[in-house]
Design a protein around this ligand. Structure first.
Ligand SMILES: [Zn+2]
Length: 208
C-alpha cells in the first residue's frame, strides 16, 4: 500500500480514511498510514468535524439508539436495507456507526413505518415488526388479546364506544391517565396494555 509520504494536500480517499478509521484506530495509526504530521491531521480533523475534533463521529449501536430515538432493531434493519457496513472495534467487538452512516440511517428510518397510518415503528404492545399491522396500532396477536380482555367483561370493542366509556369513568384511572388513554383512543390507537388491564379490572369492581 502506498504510504503517500510527502504528497501534499488531502485527496478524497485520505480524508475518507481519516473519517473512517482514526476514531477507532487513533491518530498514531493514521499518521503511520499517511505520513502526515499530527498537527496536519488535527488541523484537518478540525476543519472536517469542528472543535469536537477526532473524538466525534462514531457511535456504538446503543449510543446511536439513544441519540436518534430509534430502537436498535430498527437501526439494524436500516443498516441491512442500505447495505451499510459497520466497523467493529475488534473481530467480536461491538459495532461502530459513523455519523455519516447514522445520518443516512435516520433519513431512511423517517419513512420506515411499521404502520404507515399510525406512524408507528412496531406493535404498541409487543413491539414486533415481523407481523403486519392489524388494528389500532396492534399486530393481530395483540389485537386478539385486546379483544378478549374487553369481551370477557362485556366491554365494547368499538373504539368510539370504548372512548366514551373511559371518558365517562375518570375515577377508575384518575383524571390525568384517563386523558392520556382518551388521546390514544382518539388517535385510533389502543392505550398501553397495563392501563387497559387496570381499567377493565376496576371497571368490574365499579359494576359490583
Ligand atoms: Zn403485538
Amino acid at each position: 500500500m502506498p504510504d503517500g509520504r510527502g504528497r501534499p494536500g488531502w485527496p478524497k480517499e485520505k480524508a475518507y480514511m481519516l473519517y473512517q478509521g482514526v476514531g477507532i484506530y487513533g491518530i498514531e495509526w493514521f499518521r503511520r498510514k499517511t505520513g502526515k504530521s499530527l498537527d496536519a491531521i488535527q488541523a484537518k480533523a478540525r476543519r472536517m468535524y469542528g472543535h469536537g475534533g477526532l473524538s466525534r463521529g462514531a457511535f456504538t449501536v446503543r449510543e446511536a439508539s439513544r441519540r436518534t430515538g430509534y430502537h436498535r432493531e430498527q437501526l439494524y434493519r436500516a443498516m441491512q436495507a442500505l447495505r451499510q457496513k459497520w466497523k467493529r472495534t475488534s473481530s467480536q467487538g461491538s459495532y461502530l456507526i459513523y455519523e455519516e452512516q447514522l445520518e443516512e440511517l435516520v433519513q431512511w428510518l423517517k419513512t420506515d413505518y411499521w404502520s404507515g397510518y399510525h406512524r408507528l415503528y412496531g406493535c404498541l404492545w409487543c413491539d414486533t415488526q415481523d407481523r403486519p399491522h392489524y388494528e389500532l396500532g396492534l399486530c393481530q396477536r395483540c389485537y386478539q388479546r385486546f379483544a378478549q380482555r374487553l369481551c370477557r367483561r362485556d366491554l365494547p370493542l368499538a373504539r368510539q364506544s370504548l372512548l366514551e366509556l373511559v371518558r365517562a369513568h375518570p375515577s377508575i384511572l384518575g383524571e390525568a391517565v384517563t386523558a392520556e388513554v382518551e388521546t390514544q383512543l382518539d388517535r385510533g390507537r389502543v392505550p398501553a396494555e397495563f392501563l387497559l388491564v387496570k381499567f377493565v379490572r376496576n371497571w368490574s369492581c365499579v359494576r359490583g
